[in-house]
Design a protein around this ligand. Structure first.
Ligand code: AMP
Length: 409
C-alpha cells in the first residue's frame, strides 16, 4: 500500500517522499482517510507508530482546501502535554506542509510570550500549543478560536497525568461547538475514556497493537541490583556491553544531576534534562544528544515526554517509574519507526511492587538477570554472606538489645 492511495494531494506526497517513508504505518492507513473525510478519531497508538503524520497529513490537506485564516485566528489546534512534544510536532507539521502555502506555529511556556504573540497576529492555520501558554495567550487577546475547525489532543493520557484537566476543560469551553476532534493516547485509562465520551462524536476507533502492551519492537529485561550500586552498574554496562547512545530515565531531578556527575567521573559524556533546566538549556542538550556529542542523556519523565531520537537503540531505567504507564512511554523512546530497540531496567529490592505493577500492565514477565560483581545482597548465597558477616555479639544478660547497627557493636 502506498501513500498515494490514501487520497493525499501531491504537495503532501512529495513531502512524505522527501522524508523517505515508503509506506503508511498501520495507524496512518486507518486515520488518514477518516480524518480527510472529516470524521472524529480516537486512536490508541503507541509512541513511534507514526501517529503524528497520521493526523498532520490529512489536517494539512483539509486546511489547504479551506478559507484563509484571519488575524489572530487558528484553524487547527494541536494540544500537547509538554514543550518538547510541542516542538517536535511543530517540526513534523512544518516538514509535511513545506510545499503548501499554510502557516503553522508552536507556542509553549517557559519562554517569552511576546514573540509568540507576534507570530499569532496574522493568524495561523495550524497551531501546536501546550495548554497553560495557550490560555495565557487567550487572556491577552493574542489568539481567537471562532475560525477553529479541528482540535487534536496528542498524548491525552499524559495530559491528564500531568494535571491538565482543568486547563483542558477551559480551552474546550472556548472552542466552537461544531468542530472535528481527534484524540491520540498511548494508553486508554477510564479517565481518558470519560474525556473521549464527552468530546468525540461517533469516532472511528483505532487501536494499533494490543492496548496497554509495551512496544513489541523493544526487547526488555531487568538487572536485579542493590539501589546503592545502580550508578556503578550503569557505568559498568556502558563500558562492557558496547552500547552506543543511551537514554537513561530516573525519577528525580537531583538524582539525574548526581548520575550525570557520576558518569562524568567514569569517563562517560552525559547530560541531564529535567524540569529545573531552562527551556534553552533543554533544547541545546537535546540537540547535542541528537548530534552525538553526548553519549548518555539522563532524563526525568516529564522532560523526556515526546522525545523522538532517530535510531535510539537503548533506554535504561535506573529507577522504575512510580506510575506503571510511564514505563510504556519510556521504552517507547526506542524501537521506533520499524527499528528494534532494548529497554533495560535496573531494579532494586524496594522496587519489586513497581515492577509487578508494570508486568501486569504490559502482561509480560520480564527476564531477570544478575550481573557478576553486582549481585544484590538478598541473592548472595547464605554461605557467602556468612563469611563476610561480622560475628553477632552476645546479648548482655537481663538487658534488651537496641535495634540497628549501634546495638551490634
Ligand atoms: P511518531 O509516532 O509520530 O512519534 O513517529 C515516530 C517516527 O516515525 C518519526 O521519526 C517519524 O518521522 C517516523 N515515521 C512516521 N511515519 C512513517 C512512515 N510511514 N514510514 C517510516 N517512518 C515514519
Amino acid at each position: 500500500m502506498s501513500f498515494s492511495l490514501l487520497g493525499l494531494s501531491d504537495p503532501l506526497l512529495r513531502a512524505v517522499d522527501e522524508k523517505g517513508y515508503s509506506a503508511p504505518s498501520p495507524v496512518q492507513l486507518e486515520a488518514i482517510p477518516a480524518i480527510l473525510a472529516g470524521r472524529d478519531v480516537m486512536a490508541a497508538a503507541q509512541t513511534g507508530t507514526g501517529k503524528t503524520a497520521s493526523f498532520a497529513l490529512p489536517l494539512l490537506q483539509r486546511l489547504a482546501g479551506g478559507p484563509r485564516v484571519r488575524a489572530n485566528q487558528v484553524r487547527a489546534l494541536v494540544l500537547t502535554p509538554t514543550r518538547e512534544l510541542a516542538v517536535q510536532v511543530g517540526q513534523s507539521v512544518a516538514g509535511y506542509g513545506k510545499h503548501l502555502p499554510l502557516k503553522s506555529a508552536v507556542v509553549y511556556g517557559g519562554v517569552k510570550i511576546n514573540p509568540q504573540m507576534m507570530k499569532l497576529r496574522g493568524g495561523v492555520d495550524l497551531l501546536v500549543a501546550t495548554p497553560g501558554r495557550l490560555l495565557d495567550l487567550f487572556s491577552q487577546n493574542a489568539v481567537r478560536f471562532s475560525q477553529l475547525e479541528t482540535l487534536v489532543l496528542d498524548e491525552a493520557d499524559r495530559m491528564l497525568a500531568l494535571g491538565f484537566l482543568d486547563e483542558l476543560r477551559k480551552i474546550l469551553s472556548l472552542l466552537p461547538k461544531q468542530r472535528q476532534n481527534l484524540l491520540f493516547s498511548a494508553t486508554f485509562s477510564d479517565d481518558i475514556r470519560t474525556l473521549a465520551d464527552g468530546l468525540l462524536k461517533d469516532p472511528l476507533q483505532i487501536a494499533v497493537g494490543p492496548a496497554n502492551a509495551a512496544a513489541q519492537s523493544v526487547k526488555q529485561w531487568v538487572y536485579e541490583v542493590d539501589q546503592c550500586k545502580k550508578p556503578a552498574l550503569l557505568s559498568h554496562l556502558l563500558h562492557s556491553k558496547g552500547w552506543g547512545q543511551v537514554l537513561v530515565f530516573i525519577s528525580t531531578k537531583d538524582g539525574a544531576d548526581r548520575l550525570v556527575k557520576n558518569l562524568a567521573k567514569d569517563g562517560v559524556a552525559a547530560a541531564a534534562i529535567h524540569g529545573d533546566k531552562r527551556q534553552g538549556v533543554r533544547s541545546r542538550t537535546l540537540a547535542d544528544f541528537k548530534a552525538n556529542k553526548i553519549r548518555v542523556l539522563v532524563a526525568t519523565d516529564i522532560a523526556a515526554r515526546g522525545l523522538d531520537i532517530d535510531g535510539l537503540p537503548q533506554v535504561i531505567n535506573v529507577e522504575l517509574p512510580k506510575v506503571a504507564q510511564d514505563y510504556i512511554h519510556r521504552i517507547g523512546r526506542t524501537g521506533r519507526a520499524g527499528l528494534q530497540g532494548e529497554g533495560i531496567s535496573l531494579v532494586s529490592a524496594d522496587e519489586v511492587k513497581l515492577l509487578s505493577a508494570i508486568e501486569s500492565l504490559i502482561r509480560q514477565t520480564l527476564v531477570r538477570e544478575v550481573e557478576p560483581g553486582f549481585i544484590p545482597a538478598h541473592k548472595v548465597p547464605l554461605t557467602r554472606q556468612m563469611k563476610v558477616r561480622p560475628k553477632k555479639p552476645k546479648k548482655p544478660k537481663n538487658k534488651e538489645t537496641p535495634s540497628g547497627p549501634q546495638g551490634q557493636g
